[in-house]
Design a protein around this ligand. Structure first.
Ligand SMILES: Cc1cc2nc3c(=O)[nH]c(=O)nc-3n(C[C@H](O)[C@H](O)[C@H](O)COP(=O)(O)O)c2cc1C
Ligand code: SF4
Ligand code: SF4
Length: 271
C-alpha cells in the first residue's frame, strides 16, 4: 500500500493510484487506508489548506473518501473539486466514498456534479454508515468498537468493487436538500469563535496539528482559533485532556475518534 501524502514513492517514482481523503475523527482515513491496503501502488493524500492542487495525470485509480456534512460535501472538499487542476481523465477509474452517520443523501451526487464540471466522470460512488461524530451537535452515545466492526463489514463489498474497478450508477442531486446544506454551511467558518480552552490544556499542540484548515495557532502555549474553521471536530475530539469545549455545551457529550486511527498518525498527513 501506500504512502502518507507523497507525490512520489520511496524512490521518487509516481504512484499509479491515488486516494484523497478529508477527516476529522479518522473514519474516512480508515476507509482510505483499507482501500489502499488492497490496491498495489497507492498513495493517500489529505485534503487540507495549502495543499498541492494538481491531480497527477495517468492514474489507474483516483479516489475521494470524505465525510458527509449536512447531507453533502464538506466545504474544503467541495472547494477542492472546484479549484483543483484535473488532467484529462483518459482511462482513470474515478470513485467517491462518503462516510456518514447514516444520512449521506447528496454527498456522492454532489461529488459527481462538481467533478463533472471539471470534465471528470465518476465511475463509482458509495456511502458508508459509520460513527456519527458531530459532538458540537449531539452526544457521542454510540459504541465506538461496535460501530468500527459494523462499518468494516459494510466497507468490505465497497472496497472489493473499487479494487476490481466496478461501475455503479450515481443518483442526481436533491435540490431541496442542497439548499438546506448551503444554508447550514454558510456559518461554518465562524465555528472557531465558539471554542473555549480550559486550564486543563497542557500545551501539547495536538489540536493545531490535526486541523486540516490551519485554523489553530499556538500562542504562549495555548491554542487560538481563527475564523476559517471547517467544523471537522478534530481539535475537540482529539484533545487528550478534553480541554476544548464548544459554547459551554460539549463537556458532557463524550468524545470519539476511530479506534484504529492514532492521532499522531493523522497529524503526519498535515506536516
Ligand atoms: C459538521 C458535520 C456535519 C455532519 N453532517 C452529517 C449529515 O448530514 N449526515 C450524516 O449522516 N452524518 C453527518 N455527520 C457525521 C459524519 O459524516 C460521520 O460521522 C463521518 O463518518 C465522520 O468522518 P471522519 O471521521 O472522517 O471525520 C456530520 C459530521 C459533522 C462534523
Ligand atoms: S490538544 Fe488540548 S491539551 Fe493539547 S494544546 Fe490543544 S487544547 Fe491544549
Ligand atoms: S478548528 Fe477544529 S473543527 Fe475547525 S477545522 Fe480546525 S480542527 Fe476542525
Amino acid at each position: 500500500m501506500g504512502l502518507t501524502d507523497g507525490q512520489a514513492g520511496k524512490w521518487g517514482r509516481k504512484m499509479r493510484n491515488r486516494i484523497y481523503f478529508f477527516t476529522g475523527t479518522g473514519n474516512s482515513l480508515w476507509v482510505a487506508k483499507e482501500i489502499a491496503s488492497k490496491t498495489p501502488d497507492c498513495d493517500i493524500v489529505a485534503i487540507r489548506k495549502d495543499m498541492d492542487m494538481t491531480v497527477p495525470a495517468g492514474l489507474e485509480r483516483l479516489g475521494f473518501v470524505v465525510p458527509t456534512y449536512a447531507w453533502a460535501q464538506p466545504l474544503m472538499v467541495a472547494d477542492f473539486f472546484r479549484t483543483a487542476v484535473f488532467p484529462k481523465q483518459g482511462r482513470t477509474y474515478v470513485f467517491a466514498v462518503a462516510t456518514s452517520g447514516g444520512l449521506a443523501f447528496n454527498a456522492v451526487p454532489q461529488a459527481k456534479a462538481l467533478l463533472s464540471e471539471k470534465g471528470v466522470s465518476l465511475n463509482y460512488g458509495a456511502s458508508l454508515t459509520m460513527y456519527r461524530n458531530s459532538v458540537l451537535s449531539y452526544k457521542m452515545g454510540q459504541d465506538a468498537a461496535k460501530l468500527a466492526a459494523q462499518s468494516a463489514k459494510r466497507a468490505a463489498p465497497v472496497i472489493d468493487d473499487i479494487v476490481n474497478k466496478r461501475d455503479k450508477r450515481i443518483g442526481n442531486l436533491n435540490k431541496f436538500l442542497l439548499r438546506l446544506h448551503v444554508d447550514f454551511m454558510k456559518d461554518i467558518p465562524e465555528t472557531g469563535s465558539g471554542y473555549q480552552v480550559s486550564g486543563d490544556c497542557v500545551s501539547c499542540g495536538l489540536c493545531a496539528a490535526v486541523c486540516p484548515a490551519k485554523n489553530i495557532t499556538m500562542k504562549d502555549g495555548k491554542p487560538e482559533f481563527q475564523r476559517r474553521c471547517e467544523r471537522c471536530v478534530a481539535c475537540i475530539q482529539h484533545c487528550p485532556k478534553r480541554a476544548i469545549d464548544y459554547k459551554g455545551e460539549t463537556q458532557n457529550r463524550g468524545r470519539y475518534a476511530h479506534p484504529q486511527i492514532i492521532t499522531g498518525e493523522l497529524a503526519k498527513f498535515y506536516e
